[in-house]
Design a protein around this ligand. Structure first.
Ligand code: ZN
Length: 435
């Protein structure tokens, strides 16, 4: 089983080099891309593969949302326009205390539907009731790095009875590598202000034993940064580095207030820098030093963060903002180029999440791909397709989404998710939660 997409414009990466192929043919075989080339392949055409005419369309690698909390779709537009600490402690945590695993399951389904329709094929999540998120992700057919957000400010020498870590270990055993390795499980100390140092060390040691990667919030606000200096005499990044957390492969969300030295540490330990421009702007957290991180060679990827601090899971907005805000903030139109923003959302994201052989349209890679309809007025004329994608594209231009060689979304139709059922259940769970 496979597809042949003909007459297509392919925009992809050859490792770090941008590659644009006109009138190309892309073939898939099972979950893999088996051929990327020019000209027709008559043998393949006779093989019974399904042919798709790509005239007037672009094929790009699936977008990677490298930091989100999908069930937070349930909290969309609830408690907006507040400072991060007030928003989180006075509002979000109060509703989250009432969440059941059923709520989380349906909130996840809603988020998955939104992401798929916008061309996101892969995401990194941090939340709780992760088994239900994994169940939803598995049903959707999407690729995911899931984690149980771990919080405990109690200073102890032994955390072997910590129910959160126990849950995380169980989730890891149950789901890591499941669904043709589309689902993997990370360990997630939530942040330095919600985790005692020894707790972070305990999480780190558990993750190391299991061979898991780390997902953590780092230096999101100036308040977190200054509290860390007062409490530990060092920056959040230095604190986590000294605890050995970055000895494991890690994704660090936000990094808004990281210093030059912090970025050297991130580079030394190959920590991926996850830029969440919308969330940082909405919560008034600041603008992350992305141009400096890029200059240092740090792997920068993009995330939406949860829907309550964004308020959507639309990666096109993140690409657009990542390409724009640094130019404005630094009064430098070269600060982040369109191509760099596009790479953050594709190849860099796949690399950050550790899904090797995804994030590029390339022979032997996973067939995670998105067809974009270029016939819309905002794509014409086509002087520079990458500029058009970064500055002009809309999530609604996404026509077809493949993950692992399977079509999950096509022209408004979800192949694996039940739209009506999801909308009905969202209404039902929200009535209880917000009554
Ligand atoms: Zn977050």
């Amino acid at each position: 089983m496979g597809y042949i997409i003909e007459n297509i414009t392919v925009i992809t990466w050859d490792d770090d080099r941008l590659k644009v192929l006109e009138n190309a043919t892309v073939e898939t075989d099972g979950d893999r891309i088996s051929r990327v080339g020019c000209g027709k392949n008559d043998a393949a055409r006779r093989s019974g593969k399904i042919r798709i005419d790509g005239t007037g369309k672009a094929l790009i690698p699936g977008l990677v949302n490298a930091h989100t909390h999908i069930p937070m779709t349930l909290l969309r537009s609830y408690a907006d326009d507040l400072a991060l600490h007030t928003w989180l402690f006075d509002h979000i945590f109060k509703i989250e205390d009432k969440l059941t695993d059923d709520d989380v399951y349906w909130g996840s389904q809603l988020g998955l539907m939104e992401m798929l329709a916008g061309g996101t094929t892969c995401f990194a999540d941090m939340y709780y009731f992760v088994d239900r998120i994994a169940e939803a992700a598995a049903e959707s057919g999407m690729r995911a790095l899931l984690s149980r957000g771990l919080t405990n400010n109690e200073d102890k020498d032994d955390y072997s009875d910590d129910y959160r870590i126990k849950e995380a270990v169980e989730t890891f055993r149950r789901w890591n590598g499941a669904e043709n390795n589309r689902i993997r499980v990370a360990f997630a100390p939530h942040a330095i202000y919600t985790c005692a140092p020894k707790y972070i060390k305990a999480i780190r040691d558990t993750a190391e034993k299991l061979g898991a990667v780390i997902h953590v919030h780092v230096d999101e606000t100036l308040k977190e940064h200054n509290n860390s200096l007062n409490q530990y005499g060092k920056t959040p990044t230095q604190h986590l580095y000294d605890l050995g957390l970055f000895d494991l492969p890690a994704i660090a969300a936000h990094c808004v207030h990281v210093t030059d030295t912090d970025m050297d540490l991130m580079m030394e330990k190959s920590v991926s820098f996850i830029h969440n421009p919308t969330s940082n702007l909405k919560l008034g957290s600041g603008i992350a030093p992305v141009p400096d991180a890029l200059k240092k060679g740090i792997n920068v990827a993009l995330g939406t963060d949860g829907a309550s601090s964004n308020n959507n899971l639309n990666m096109w907005e993140e690409i657009n903002l990542a390409a724009l805000i640094h130019k404005g903030a630094r009064q430098d139109p070269l600060a982040v180029r369109a191509e760099e923003a596009f790479r953050m959302a594709t190849a860099n994201g796949a690399r950050a999440l550790g899904f090797n052989n995804t994030g590029q349209i390339r022979e032997g890679f996973s067939a995670d791909m998105v067809l974009i309809d270029l016939s819309k007025p905002h794509y014409l004329p086509e002087h520079n397709i990458v500029s058009n994608l970064a500055y002009s594209a809309q999530a609604s231009d996404v026509e077809t989404v493949f993950v692992d060689g399977r079509i999950l979304y096509d022209k408004g139709e979800f192949k694996t998710l039940d739209r009506e059922k999801i909308l009905y259940n969202i209404k039902r769970v929200c009535e209880r939660l917000f009554s």
